[in-house]
Design a binder for this molecule. Sequence first.
Ligand SMILES: [Ca+2]
Ligand SMILES: [Ca+2]
Ligand SMILES: [Ca+2]
Ligand SMILES: [Ca+2]
Length: 279
Amino acid sequence: MYVLMYDLNDQPYTKQLNIKTAHLNLSFLICNIFFLFCHVLSKLIQKVYFISLLNILQTNVVFFFFCFFTDINECDSGPCKNGATCVDAVRLYICLCADGWFGTQCENNIDECYSNPCQNGQCNDLINGYTCTCDSSWTGSLCDTASCKSGWTYHDYSCYKIFNIMRNNPQAQVDCTLEAAHLVDVSSLSEMNFLQSLYYSSNLGGNTDFWISTNDQQYEGVYKLSDNTEATYFNWDPNGQPDQQYPEDDCVHVWINTNFKWNDVRCDYNYWFCCEYEI
Ligand SMILES: [Ca+2]
Ligand SMILES: [Ca+2]
Ligand SMILES: [Ca+2]
Ligand SMILES: [Ca+2]
C-alpha cells in the first residue's frame, strides 16, 4: 500500500505502508479526507504542514492528524513605499499610504493639480500639495487675485485708469498706447457702471467729461471700438444723442452732467480720457 504524502516543502512523495490490507479500513479514508482539507486550507493560508502520526498496533491502525499553520511577516521585505505604514496580515500585507500617495504599494504620487486649482496660472504638482505659477497680472496662492499696474483699477479681466489731463481724441489714444493700453472700450452696462464709480473714487479734482473709444470716423453712424470691431453697447443721452451736430462729430465722450450718458462730438475737442488694458 502506497500513500501519497507531502513533506514540509509541499513536495509530494509516496510512502509504502507495510500493513495488512485488512487494517486499511475507514481510518485511511478519514486520513486522506483530512489531508485534502489541510491542502485546500494551505491555498488559503500561508503554509500548512500536515503531519500524520502513524501508530500501528498489532491489529489496529491509529492515526493522529495535525495541521500546523504558519504565517510569515510580509512587511519584513518593506513592500510599502514612500513612508507608508505596512500592516501584516495572513498571506498578504496592506499599505497605509502617507498623505499624497496612492497605490497598492503607495508608489504613485497623487496629482493635486488634477482639479486645476490655479485659476490663472500653471500648477506644479508636489507631494501632498501643489504650487501655482501665476500668469502676469495675477497673484495669490490660487492666482485668483488680479494685479493691475500701480494706479490702475481692476474690473472683470481689465485694468482701468482715468487720466485727468486734457487731450483731444487722437492724443488721448496715443497716451493710452504709451501706457500699453487703449481708450476704454465700453461694452456693457456693468462696465459703464464701473466707470462711473471709478470716476468718483479716483479723486480727479474736478468734473470733466472723458473720452471713450467708441467712434464713427470710418463710416458715419457705424460705431467702432479701439480694435476696430463694431460697438454693440451704447449709453447715449436719451435727449437726442448722437445728433451729429457737426460733420466732424465722430468721437464719443462720457457726459458727466447727464449722469454719465454719451454724446458724439468733434474728435479735436479736449477732455480727460480713460484707458483700459485687458489681463
Ligand atoms: Ca502630488
Ligand atoms: Ca472694456
Ligand atoms: Ca458721427
Ligand atoms: Ca452730439
